[in-house]
Write a protein that binds this ligand. Structure first.
Ligand code: GRF
Length: 199
């Protein structure tokens, strides 16, 4: 199985997934990093681990479909089976989602459906929730919406800042994402409607 990881930022999940793979948590090739930000720290991480990088920016294209088609073509060329979104800051178009139906995963730093969007950790903290967490889900055409695979709760402490909460959330993410990838590879995820059963 060939995996493409999509990331635009720090890449701590990218590293956690590569390390889990190296440690034998699951068997698959991390074949490609797709990145839309030339300044992202994840690029150096991919270089360090010898993962091929496909850097592509939407501004080079006139429309969303053109961009999606080029990425799609590359994924097909590289025989990618599974797409793993790890802090990729662009919403995938429907052409893309349809082509990889039920084969795109995303991780979100809250307990969905609460606090969707790019600032989930800060939004949860500001709202005053006492428990937040991490969600890994399949991607559909709406943002942070597809069938939920696994979730794990994280307690919010009185003295938490966005940074301290983010640190604990990331720690959970780095465990949860490789586990979901393992379950996917083993064929243990069964989707009925929008409910995912781990078999
Ligand atoms: C993570 O918090 C993830 O939940 C969200 O983006 C962040 C990416 O962090 N989707 P990193 O780049 O993997 O460190």
């Amino acid at each position: 199985m060939n995996i493409a990881i999509f990331a635009s930022g720090q890449g701590s999940n990218f590293s956690a997934i590569v390390k889990a793979r190296k440690a034998g948590k699951f068997r698959a090739n991390i074949s490609l990093l797709v990145c839309d930000n030339p300044n992202a720290a994840v690029i150096n991480k991919a270089k360090k681990y010898g993962v091929k990088i496909f850097l592509i920016q939407e501004k080079e294209f006139s429309g969303k479909t053109g961009f999606d088609n080029v990425v799609l073509k590359r994924l097909l060329q590289d025989k990618i089976d599974l797409v793993v979104m790890a802090g990729y800051m662009r919403v995938l178009g429907s052409v893309f989602v349809k082509a990889f139906k039920n084969r795109i995963l995303n991780i979100h730093p809250t307990l969905l459906p609460a606090f969707k969007g790019a600032h989930g950790i800060e939004d949860a903290l500001k709202y005053g929730v006492k428990v937040t967490g991490v969600t890994v889900h399949f991607v559909d055409e709406k943002v942070d919406h597809g069938p939920i695979i696994l979730q794990q709760a994280v307690e919010v402490k009185k003295q938490d800042t966005p940074e301290s909460l983010a640190r604990r959330i990331h720690k959970i993410e780095h465990q949860l994402y490789p586990e979901v990838i393992r379950l996917f590879i083993k064929g243990k995820l069964e989707i009925k409607g929008r409910v995912v059963f781990v078999t």
